[in-house]
Design a protein around this ligand. Structure first.
Ligand code: ATP
Ligand code: MG
Length: 247
């Protein structure tokens, strides 16, 4: 898989930048997986959680069996069972009865160690989180779970002491600081590689505010502006035009 897979839509030539948060995530994820434990990565929208986790999981041992589950609405325990059935590629029809379903999942999870990446975990309510805890607690399963979610994820998890007391590592993703922006952005995309650092700071303080997704959007618009004007390099006039699209 190329690094571009997790990039913001339609941004050719962008690279994954090894930020401090990404390095920390790499260490946290590998320790969590080694301990067959559970961890939680939480933080604001666009701060780079999904990209970091996917990049780090790809770098794990090749034999590691990683299954990704992404929620896009508030699931019931029943919906969680179905998602797991799909994520594990289990054959046949999903069982009708909850107890039969639980047995099937536990048997499948006892086959070999597995890692679940549960993204958009802010959608999970207590019941859904509890179901993951139930599978993780089962002695026969060797499950590592990485919950990734927006700011709300932390709040919801903290309300579930049964689960939150079992979380091995918590990692809070934050905005890039102004000095991190000056290090990371020139590596992110060629249009910033030779840009004036003052222009990068200008763009960050007016538009992107240390948010990686905003930087990706700004980069896409600035790229368009460079192509349309034929200018060789980013300047403040081009940036103002790009900001006008983000407002
Ligand atoms: N380390 C990085 N290197 C390069 N680009 C990055 C990096 N982190 C994030 N990005 C860019 O920012 C975009 C948003 O990041 P990502 O989807 O990981 O955010 P998120 O924290 O998961 O947000 P949400 O909470 O909305 O799911 C990515 O699609 C990518 O373009
Ligand atoms: Mg995400």
């Amino acid at each position: 898989m190329t690094a571009a897979t997790y990039q913001y839509v339609d941004l050719p030539d962008a690279s994954v930048v090894t930020t401090r948060a990404l390095l920390t995530a790499r260490e946290n994820i590998s320790d969590t997986v080694a301990a067959r434990a559970m961890m939680c990565i939480h933080g604001g929208a666009g701060f780079g959680k999904t990209l970091a986790v996917n990049t780090c999981l790809r770098a794990l041992e090749p034999g590691e069996d990683v299954r990704k589950i992404t929620f896009r609405a508030r699931p019931t325990a029943r919906a969680v069972r179905y998602e797991l059935f799909t994520a594990l590629d289990l054959a046949g029809e999903p069982p009708r009865h909850p107890s039969e379903f639980d047995r099937l999942l536990k048997t499948a999870l006892a086959e070999r160690p597995r890692t679940f990446l549960v993204d958009e975990a802010q959608w999970l309510n207590g019941e859904a989180f509890e179901y993951f805890r139930y599978l993780w607690d089962e002695p026969a399963t060797q499950l590592a779970i990485i919950f990734v979610g927006g700011e709300g994820c932390h709040t919801v998890l903290r309300r579930e002491p049964m689960l939150s007391s079992r979380i091995f590592i918590w990692q809070h993703f934050t905005r890039l600081t102004p000095s991190e922006v000056l290090e990371a952005i020139p590596l992110f995309h060629p249009i910033w590689a030779d840009a004036d650092p003052d222009d990068i700071t200008f763009a960050d303080s007016h538009a992107a505010h240390g948010n990686f997704r905003a930087w990706a959007q700004l980069t896409a618009h600035t790229r368009t502006a460079l192509a349309r004007t034929g200018r060789p390099r980013v300047d403040q006039e081009l940036l103002r035009w790009a900001f006008s699209r983000l407002a």
